[in-house]
Design a protein around this ligand. Sequence first.
Ligand code: LUZ
Ligand code: MOS
Length: 755
Amino acid sequence: MTNIDAASHVRGESVYLDDIPLLQGTLFACVFDAPVAHGVLNHLDLSVAQAMEGVVRIVTARDLRGENQIGGIIADEPLLADHHVHFQGMPVALVLAETEAAARAAVHHISAQTEPLEIITDPRVAHQKGELIIPPKRFHMGDTQAAFAACAHIVEGRADVNGQEHLYLETQGAYAVPTEGGGLRIYSSTQGPTAVQRAVSRVTGLPMHLIEVETGRLGGGFGGKEDQANTWAALCAVGAQLTGRPVKYSLHRMEDLRMTGKRHPYSADYKLGLDRDLRLVAYEATFYQNAGAAADLSPAVLERTLFHCTNSYYIPNVTATAFSCRTHLPPNTAFRGFGGPQGMFVIECAIAHAAEHIGVSAAEIQQKNLLETGHIFPYGQVVESEARPAWQQADHQFDFAKIRQEADAFNANHRYQKRGIAMMPVCFGISFTKTAMNQARALVHIYTDGSVAISTGAVEMGQGVNTKILQVAAQVFSLSPGRIKVHSTNTLRIANTSPSAASATADLNGKATQLACTALLERLKKVAAEVLKTGDNGTGIALREGRVWHNGLPADLDWGALVNHAYLKRVSLSEHAHYATPGVHFDWDTAKGHPFAYHVFGTAVVQVTLDCLRGTYTLDAVRVVHDYGQSMNPLVDLGQIEGGIVQGLGWMTLEEVVYDEKGRLRSNALSTYKIPDIYSVPKILEVFPLDTNRDNLAVFRSKAVGEPPLMYGIGAYFAIRDAIRAFRPGASPAFDAPFTPEKVLINLYPAAHAE
Ligand code: LUZ
Ligand code: MOS
């Protein structure tokens, strides 16, 4: 089954926000954003801009009919700055003009007078000053203090990991159209249509039933549009409400880079204790999350850092503490992995440190401590593990010992080129950690010509979820894909959706689709039994490839005729189904529970070659054994795995988000922010499935595939470190990702750098 969007993508016919034809009278919006990161907003001069040709209206905080608030988890984020500005890029005024050019031109003629306040960009500084978004969160298992006392080896250190720009190909944007009776229709490039509906309701004061949010597809989200699509939709909605005209805003790349949040940078302290047999016995970690100026999704991201702080390893004694620190950067937000990768990076640093300290390979420690079924995670869930089978299959297929020997032999023969390798096991929990969000609905209509229309809460953002949902319906009905259409995500057809996030979209919406289609099928079987007078109430009826079968023999009744009979008999051909993941729960009072439906496991081996004169490197190979259960669509899944790995590699190597001490984004364009291109992706990228066939909670025994592969990319950091140590034995670079070529060079020649 090919991706159902393949043909229209290749022809350029797929419709994104910017392809929607505009109505006559549409106005264009552009934001004037805060020029300083922290200050009192004393005066805003709009007079010049207001008088410019084409400018229809300039909206500020005071004009809002609803609440000036878009904070989802915590109400700490005004839509438009009122008395204070909290980050450079914070929306202050909204220009509405007859053309896009007029709107952008006018923004340049707005000026703000601000009284500067102290700017904090470092989460540790924010922590010292008590600037916390929420009280600290903690996971606790066993007794670390007692355990450390009995450890043969203890290492302590610090690890820093930077943020990451989402760089979805399609920038943020929305189009708001006034509808009859004072309502609004919002076209939004969002992962969360309901989140947009709520935000629009809040800032306009309109009830949610007057607000329709329509999302066709996104040109990428990666978490950046889980929460932060709300801003632009809310601004367009306010503009449309105040002018009575449609309002469109599609951000320019530099606006998007400057005004939106990114993956959270973290700083962390760790202490890891091992026994004589290299068993991990005790782990303490403290995480300082750089949340930015408002909560956004930071509390939930912080939680997932704790959930994944021991990655794929069993450690009986764990104390992990996490602080969400308020700084004056754009609020950081969801990004593929959602805090998990940051937690995993730190334990991998601690293991690398321990290995170097003891004089063994990190792989030896990793391998010895993999999770086994029956172990307990620090959050109380009992482990069902594929960690060791994944590691062993990877070792068997790729031969870790041979890869090591070849690297060592190469290094012995090359003075200024060094090879490094690293293994990277991954364990990622599937489900929203907020239990209530693990629900979805599907609406399935069968029309009298036999064609089927499906709506769900899933948002197609290039991950192929609509293809999988179509496959579910095609399989249940035994129909050819051509008779089924998966439609846009729309809050009038599907209400109260969870965002398409947490790798769970196909699981949740696929299950809801399966329930709806199965209910329809059972109804149709009864109709078939009546029509064929089988007298068995449908128990002997089956549908196969568009035909009705009875007791294993084809009957003289096809799908189309059956559907017509059902209509004439006044049997409903529509179904709305609800799915809620069974068995998941979590209690933050005890920080224990069973938050995840299941976990995804895998092991990667990453190989790099370092140019020790220049500090540059090539990613030679990433080889992976990945557990995606019984894949529904191996090609769609492979696309997700390859994309995730490359995004993870970019985070660990080239991609460097730079804010200066004034809170200004310096990596504000694609000339200063580098992401992997076709030349920097691994020369070899091999992915093998781990052969598992368990009764998990995903659709048709598949497993979620969206986020877990990103974390294989973390291996690149440690492979580069390994190569540096081959050039300079005993080197101990600070754990500070990404490992940009500049940082590599400094670590190859620290003495020269010190001079
Ligand atoms: N979004 C969210 C997520 O709201 N909750 C989650 O647990 C999550 N996990 C991964 C990615 N996005
Ligand atoms: Mo996400 S990080 O929106 O799954």
